[in-house]
Design a protein around this ligand. Structure first.
Ligand code: ZN
Length: 79
């Protein structure tokens, strides 16, 4: 079963940390291959995490998280 965009967003932190099991990671990758919005979102997450020197997005300042979510919503205007 294909993941929804919302599910990809929920999994992206674990995905970037390599914390997903192989099957889940493969599903995320399959979604990213087909969904430009999520691919861009993941790239932004990766860039942001690299800029901060870590992948712990739970500790990102709230405004950064909101910027990322706003960018994500711009690619998914219908949610
Ligand atoms: Zn998507």
């Amino acid at each position: 079963m294909a993941l929804s965009c919302k599910e990809v967003v929920e999994l992206v932190t674990d995905y970037l940390e390599g914390a997903l099991d192989a099957a889940s990671a493969a599903e995320v990758q399959a979604h990213l291959a087909l969904c430009e919005g999520c691919e861009t979102y993941v790239q932004q997450m990766r860039d942001t995490a690299a800029a901060l020197g870590g992948l712990d997005v739970d500790t990102l300042p709230g405004d950064v998280q909101e910027d990322l979510l706003a960018a994500f919503r711009a690619y998914h205007p219908r949610g």
